[in-house]
Ligand binder design. Structure first.
Ligand code: GLU
Length: 371
């Protein structure tokens, strides 16, 4: 593939309106076959790919012969009946390119609550390391109204943030952001590049309501997604994904809107850990551990001499050296009660002491910032 999509870690969101034919309610298998080829090409050039795919409700609706507007319970039933079809389709399409698809259904809590977040992140990281393509959707079948995203635009942006992705592409039925809804207003102008999400840009979300007929995301949720993604150091692109081979078309310059990341993902994440989160405790570490952290390693329990605070797994904690100076900050992988049992011990003994193990590190290096 050509130059444009040179991202290290890319999240691609696929809207219902492009994956499911709105007339027949059937999945567009040819389109998905071409997408899988594009994914294989991108992966071969070194890009890690995660998909966030809608379509469960649209496919389930057809499968269960439901029409018209649906109640929440009916939508959830559709999601259950449609999700398995959706996964099978990805299995087949990616499988034909020799790629392993791995389904992950997330709820709002999994991306908002830091304890869940760390778990989801490490599962997805592991899948990427193992060479699989995670296929994410919201767990619509169990999510209740108050704890639902309801649209996959924001779920995709949260996923990009969670994975410190540097690129997010929303494959939609509209080729980007317009000054007004182009379907209603002839003078609406396309905006190819957004450097900063100003109030004027955010106001453009109120009109154009793409995917309204079949999916649930409109331009407003796409701009909300842009806020999340660009703030997390991730570029975001909206393009019309309906044509066969949409990703390679984009790569060869198809019309789109590019929202520029405000920083790089590593820096954005470090800022978030260092500045935004209130530390809930302190870990005091020995000189050996200080040295290890400075050379970019994770913090192991063995290097912690004592601790204070009532923190939960996923909370931010301060890391103090022997002089009681804060040298780093990070998100802790064990809550205070369990951390107290394992500090000073070898990582290999964690399972025996706790009855489980949440990784060898008390704070993984990806969740740690040196100050
Ligand atoms: N999770 C929903 C589905 O799979 C889609 C939500 C959306 O349209 O963004 O049908």
């Amino acid at each position: 593939m050509a130059e444009a999509l040179q991202y290290h870690r890319l999240v691609v969101k696929i809207g219902s309106a492009i994956l499911v034919d709105s007339n027949t309610g059937q999945l567009r298998a040819k389109w998905l076959g071409a997408l899988s080829k594009d994914i294989a090409t991108l992966r071969a050039s070194g890009t890690q790919i995660t998909l966030v795919s809608s379509g469960a409700i649209a496919l389930g609706r057809q499968r269960l012969s439901l029409s018209g507007s649906l109640s929440l319970a009916q939508k959830q039933a559709c999601a259950a009946a449609g999700q398995s079809l959706l996964t099978q389709a990805y299995e087949r399409a990616l499988g034909s390119q020799g790629i392993i698809a791995a389904q992950a259904l997330l709820t709002l809590t999994d991306t908002e609550d830091r304890r869940h977040w760390l778990n989801a992140r490490s599962t997805l990281e592991t899948l990427l390391e193992l060479g699989a393509v995670p296929i994410i959707n919201e767990n619509d079948t169990v999510a209740t109204d108050e704890i639902r995203y309801g649209d996959n635009d924001r779920l995709a942006a949260r996923t990009a943030q969670m994975l410190s992705a540097d690129g997010l592409i929303l494959l939609s039925d509209i080729d980007g952001l317009y000054t007004a809804d182009p379907r209603e207003n002839n003078s609406a102008a396309h905006i190819p590049y957004v450097e900063t999400l100003t109030d004027d840009i955010m106001a453009m979300g109120s009109g154009a309501n793409s995917e309204a007929a079949i999916g649930s995301g409109g331009m407003a949720t796409k701009l909300a997604a842009a806020q999340i993604a660009t703030g997390a150091g991730c570029d975001m692109i909206i393009c019309d994904g309906r044509q066969i081979g949409a990703l390679s078309a984009l790569n060869h310059g198809a019309k789109h809107t590019h929202f520029k990341a405000s920083d790089n993902p590593k820096k954005a994440r470090a800022q978030w850990i260092a500045g935004m989160l209130k530390p809930m405790g302190k870990l005091y570490i020995d000189d050996g551990a200080c040295k290890a952290l400075r050379s970019g390693k994770s913090l192991l329990a063995a290097g912690v001499t004592h601790m204070s605070g009532a923190f939960n797994k996923g909370d931010a904690v301060c890391i103090m050296n022997a002089d009681e100076t804060e040298i780093a900050r990070g998100l802790v992988a064990y809550g205070a009660d369990d951390a107290a049992k394992i500090i000073g011990v070898n990582s290999a003994d964690i399972t025996q002491l706790l009855g489980y193990d949440n990784g060898a590190a008390l704070i993984h290096r990806d969740n740690l910032v040196m100050l």
